[in-house]
Design a protein around this ligand. Structure first.
Ligand code: HEM
Length: 347
């Protein structure tokens, strides 16, 4: 009798623990710093009851913003990358300089480069109006990135939601974790590996450069001094070299821009990879995917150039993995009211 009572008590305690762990999934700092399983506690249905119209709201603001300026779609997609690679997808990239916050916006890869904050503000304001204090800024970035991809002709993916917003930013980590455009293939692979992402993710996600633009300063080295020898990058196709040199003089013009995929700069397609096969990738980090002497990586570039469907399939898997990097969930983090400041500053 006593032993059956003890067994019953044990089952009761175990089931209470199990229920509690489902209701409040723990966020283990560093326990799964990658986009891989175990599942990070996100769900595509997260706002199904509390804000079923969230995606519709995001897309309607996006449509207006893209009609005004096509490039904004690319800028918003890039925001997800720059958010997720720095302490996880927690909207840390949106925080402005403030007491205790050193903004990531001033990190080298972001300064005078990253954009789209006003559109995020507009989306967030519309979400707050419809569903106050419900949709996080981190999820707003993820929804904006997906919407921008789809509205540019790219693939749709089921987006796990439920990320919370950080109360901190980390400018130093932004400088450390965001890859520079002149990186070698070996370094690029390492940058991705540090986030738990592999070669397929590197090649597929680089395909985001099928839309948007880069400033001369991001690829100038290829035109004038690729190997500290005052010579252009040998792998850069000659016609493209002349076009780029006419826009980006040796001195000055650093903020002039050129499309990353000049064949179809506003269309999310696989032309980016086709250009790379012809030596017409814009950034060093684009071209080395082909010339970097890694057969697996080069093979993926060729496959995506030949098969848009395969590119889209891999892209969807990879961007989902990237979007799952170390989210704050449950009671970790908060839902910022204003994406630019942590809540205590506005209460
Ligand atoms: C593989 C390593 C990567 C490097 C080295 C890199 C670097 C860059 C650089 C230097 C620019 C131009 C910035 C400027 O000149 O102001 C840029 C633009 C862009 N990047 Fe990347 N990037 C990488 C991966 C990614 C990933 C993973 C994504 C998205 C998932 C992404 C999305 C974009 C987009 C959409 C733009 C255009 C933004 C605009 O027009 O505003 N990039 N990237």
């Amino acid at each position: 009798m006593a032993s059956s009572k003890m067994a019953f008590a044990a089952i009761l305690i175990a089931s209470l623990f199990f229920t509690a762990s489902l209701a409040f999934p723990a966020h283990h700092e560093g326990a799964y710093p990658t986009g891989q399983s175990p599942k990070p506690g996100l769900s595509p249905d997260y706002y199904k009851v509390t804000c079923p119209q969230a995606d519709e709201i995001v897309v309607s603001v996006l449509k207006k913003a893209i009609a005004k300026e096509q490039r904004i779609a690319a800028s918003l997609l890039r925001l997800l990358f720059h958010d997720c690679f720095v302490q996880g997808c927690d909207a840390s990239v949106l925080l402005d300089d403030n007491d205790g916050v050193v903004s990531e916006k001033n990190a080298i890869p972001n300064k005078n480069s990253i954009r789209g904050f006003e559109v995020i503000d507009e989306i967030k304001a519309a979400l707050e109006e419809a569903c106050p204090h419900t949709v996080s800024c981190a999820d707003t970035i993820a929804l904006a990135a997906r919407g921008s991809t789809v509205l540019s002709g790219g693939p749709y993916w089921e987006l796990p939601l439920g990320r919370k917003d950080s109360k901190t930013a980390n400018m130093k980590l932004a400088n450390k974790n965001l890859p520079p455009p002149n990186a070698t293939l070996h370094r690029l692979i390492n940058f991705f590996q540090r986030q738990g992402l592999g070669k397929v993710d590197l090649v597929a996600l680089s395909g985001s450069h099928t839309i948007g633009a880069a400033r001369c300063v991001s690829f100038k080295q290829r035109l004038y001094n690729q190997h500290r020898d005052n010579k252009p990058d040998r792998t850069l196709e000659k016609t493209l070299y002349h076009t780029l040199a006419s826009v980006c003089p040796r001195t000055g013009g650093d903020n002039n821009i050129r499309p990353l995929d000049f064949a179809s700069p506003a269309k999310f397609d696989n032309a980016y990879y086709q250009l790379i096969l012809e030596g017409r990738g814009l950034l060093n980090s684009d071209q080395v995917l082909w010339t970097g002497s890694d057969p697996e990586v080069a093979g993926l570039v060729r496959s995506y150039a030949e098969n848009k469907h395969l590119f889209f399939q891999h892209y969807v898997d990879s961007i989902t993995r990237m979007g799952n990097i170390s989210p704050l969930t449950g009671y970790s983090g908060e839902i910022r009211k204003n994406c630019r400041v942590v809540n205590k500053h506005i209460q």
